[in-house]
Write a protein of this length. Structure first.
Length: 304
């Protein structure tokens, strides 16, 4: 691990920003934000700490789970390709150019991989039934006790929460001159196909390939990374990365771990992710974000 909790607690008075991943971090496995996490974020905000979500999701998909929570936060979306203010105003955006889009699309199509397009006009899939089946498979692997009906209902709820739009043809969509692509998100349970696609995509000029799970690839412009976007956001806020904490659980969070002074891994993170962190908090199912915030604020309001 990086610098330990004792040293962090010595410097905690300097902290003025907390960057929080969503899936596997802020959100439970049911795609909700716990009461404890909401309260911890509010407490941090009341102490003058800026809390920013830092997610691979689109803006609408990031906002959905917050409905009814009363939380008002700025958001870094699409793995760092877009920064939004508390009011939803776009402050910064980085798109893939058209040559990058066509090259990446050709790679994913040649491997016959399922993928989604994250754009300035929404998140698109050309296979609604395939998307539902995919979400069900992923839910089943992490929650084997769920019934077929529970899986189907949960998958449709998640489809809606991610603000996905089903279309017939990506080629027709990409003819729209006003469309800008932020990110490709591809899923497959065949690791060899994903590895081949990742290897080829990494050779496309000015792209970066990351992952938020063993079964997916996320492909962005090389300047669209969570850590770079967090650095830009912090500068815009007149703060410093030495005043910043980052909480995450997966490989697309490593770039913000490398930039933030206080990198914090979730208890449900892979061991390699935990090794990148200053300390490890509880899991996303046990209010790990709240636990980390209170530890950083030196307020032991959660039971150990």
């Amino acid at each position: 691990m990086k610098e330990g909790l004792d040293q962090i607690e010595k410097d905690v008075a300097l902290m003025r920003c907390i960057s929080i991943d969503m899936d596997g971090t802020l959100l439970t496995n049911e795609q909700t934000v716990s009461f404890e996490n909401v309260n911890a974020i509010r407490e941090a905000q009341s102490q003058g700490i800026t809390v920013v979500l830092n997610t691979g999701r689109a803006y609408d998909g990031a906002m959905k789970p917050l409905e009814g929570s009363g939380l008002e936060v700025p958001v870094i979306c699409y793995n760092g390709a877009e920064i939004r203010s508390v009011e939803g105003e776009i402050l910064h955006a980085i798109y893939l150019d058209r040559q990058q889009v066509q090259s990446i699309k050709q790679i994913l199509d040649s491997e016959e991989l399922y993928y989604q397009l994250f754009t300035n006009k929404g998140v698109f899939t050309h296979d609604y039934d395939g998307t539902i089946d995919l979400i069900m498979d992923m839910m089943k692997s992490s929650n084997p006790a769920l019934t077929a009906e529970e899986l189907n209902v949960g998958a449709k709820r998640q489809f809606e929460s991610l603000s996905l739009k089903a279309i017939d043809d990506f080629d027709e969509l990409l003819e729209d001159e006003g469309l800008h692509v932020y990110k490709f998100l591809s899923f497959c349970f065949d690791e060899s196909r994903l590895e081949r696609a990742a290897s080829e995509a990494e050779n496309v000029p000015k792209t970066v390939v990351t992952s938020s799970g063993k079964e997916n690839l996320e492909i962005n412009h090389e300047d669209a990374q969570k850590g770079l976007a967090l650095e830009t956001f912090v500068k815009q806020m007149g703060l410093d990365m030495k005043q910043t904490a980052a909480i995450g659980d997966n490989y697309n969070d490593v770039s913000m771990f490398n930039k933030a002074f206080y990198p914090i891994a979730m208890g449900n993170a892979d061991e390699q992710i935990k090794q990148q962190a200053s300390f490890v908090t509880k899991t996303n199912e046990h209010d790990g974000v709240a636990h980390a915030i209170y530890k950083l604020m030196d307020e032991d309001l959660l039971s150990n």
